[in-house]
Design a binder for this molecule. Structure first.
Ligand code: CP
Length: 324
C-alpha cells in the first residue's frame, strides 16, 4: 500500500459510470475476503492503520453512514463523522472551505453524501484527499450499486446475462443510475418499470428496456430492485396517491406468486412498507434486503482498501494483516 493514489481505482470513487468492467469486477472480487472479517469475534484488521477518514453527511442516512463507519473501524482507520446540522455549514460555510479546513488537519479520505448532484465531483476536483461518493442528489450512489451487484452475484453465481428490473421512482434515484451503469458494464440486462411521471426523459437511451406493466417486468426478471418513492424530492403530482401506486406498481405477494421461483427482491432502503413493497415480500423468502446491508460493509471495506493503494490480488493477504 505504498502508492499515494491507487493505480487500480484512481484517486476517487465518484460513480460507476467512470469505472471499467474490470474495475467493477475487481471491487466485487476484493469484497469477498473482507466479508469474513465481519463474522469474526474480533472484527478488526490493521489494513488502514494510521489513515484518517472523515464521513461528511450533508443529507440523512442510516445504512450508508453506519456501514462506512463500520468498514473504516474494522480496517483500523481513525474516523470522524459530521452532519451539516452540527457543523459550521449551518452558519454558511461552503463545502470547499469545510473540506479544506478538514484537510488542514491532515486527513486522507472524505466520504461525502450531499443533496446536490455533482457535489462529490466538485469536491474531488478541489482537494487532494481521496473522495468517495456516498450519494449525490439524483446522480449516483456507487457503493450502493456495487453492493447490489455483489448480492445478485452471490445468489446466481454470475451477473452475465442476468435480467434485473429497477422498479419505481427512477426519476429521483441515484441508486437506479449506479445500478444501470454497473449492471450493464458487467453484462447484465437491465429494465425499468414505473409510472411515466417517474421515468427520466429518454431513459431507454441508457440501454434499458422499459416496461409499462409490473406484471410483464416480473415475468421477465431474475431480480427486481425496488426503489423507494422519494416523497421528499417530489412536489406533488407524480402519482395520484400512494394507495394507487401500490395497486398498480406495488410488489405484492399476489404478483410474486406468478414469478419464477428464485426471483430476487432487492431494495436499497429505507422502505415505504405498503407503498412500493408489501411487508410480506420485504420479509419473505425472495427478499435479500438484509443481505444487501451485510454486503455493504464488505464492499465499502474493499473500496477503502483499493483507494488506499491496495491491489485486488493482494486483498487476501491484506485481510489477515500481512499485506501492508
Ligand atoms: N441505501 C441508502 O443509501 O440508505 P441510507 O439513506 O439509509 O444511507
Amino acid at each position: 500500500m505504498n502508492a499515494q493514489y491507487a493505480p487500480y481505482l484512481g484517486k476517487d470513487l465518484l460513480g460507476l459510470e467512470e469505472l471499467t468492467r474490470e474495475q467493477i469486477i475487481g471491487i466485487l472480487d476484493t469484497s469477498e475476503p473482507f466479508k469474513e472479517i465481519s463474522e469474526r469475534a474480533i472484527k478488526k484488521v490493521p489494513v488502514l492503520r494510521g489513515k484518517t477518514i472523515v464521513n461528511a453527511f450533508f443529507e440523512s442516512s442510516t445504512r450508508t453512514r453506519i456501514s462506512f463507519e463500520f468498514a473504516e473501524k474494522r480496517l483500523s482507520a481513525d474516523t470522524v463523522s459530521f452532519a451539516a446540522g452540527g457543523s459550521s455549514v449551518s452558519k454558511g460555510e461552503t463545502l470547499v472551505d469545510t473540506a479544506r479546513n478538514l484537510e488542514a488537519m491532515r486527513i486522507d479520505m472524505v466520504v461525502i453524501r450531499h443533496g446536490s448532484s455533482g457535489a462529490a465531483h466538485f469536491l474531488a476536483d478541489r482537494i487532494a484527499s481521496n473522495v468517495i461518493n456516498a450519494g449525490d442528489g439524483k446522480h449516483e450512489h456507487p457503493t450502493q450499486g456495487l453492493l447490489d451487484l455483489l448480492t445478485i452475484r452471490d445468489h446466481f453465481g454470475t451477473l452475465e446475462g442476468k435480467k434485473v428490473c429497477i422498479v419505481g421512482d427512477v426519476l429521483h434515484s441515484r441508486v437506479a443510475r449506479s445500478n444501470i451503469w454497473g449492471l450493464r458494464k458487467v453484462g447484465a440486462e437491465v429494465a425499468v418499470c414505473g409510472p411515466l411521471t417517474l421515468m427520466p426523459p429518454r431513459v431507454e437511451e441508457m440501454g434499458v428496456t422499459v416496461f409499462r406493466r409490473i406484471e410483464e417486468a416480473i415475468e421477465w426478471a431474475d431480480a427486481l430492485n425496488v426503489l423507494r418513492l422519494q416523497l421528499e424530492r417530489m412536489e406533488g403530482g407524480f402519482v395520484p396517491s400512494l394507495r394507487e401506486y401500490n395497486r398498480v406498481f406495488g410488489i405484492t405477494n399476489d404478483r410474486l406468486d406468478r414469478a419464477p421461483n428464485d426471483i430476487l427482491i432487492l431494495h436499497p432502503g429505507p422502505m415505504n412498507r405498503g407503498v412500493e413493497i408489501d411487508s410480506v415480500v420485504a420479509d419473505g423468502p425472495h427478499s435479500v434486503i438484509l443481505k444487501q446491508v451485510t454486503n455493504g460493509v464488505a464492499v465499502r471495506m474493499a473500496v477503502l482498501y483499493l483507494l488506499a493503494g491496495g491491489e485486488p490480488d493482494t486483498a487476501e493477504a491484506a485481510k489477515i494483516g500481512t499485506g501492508l
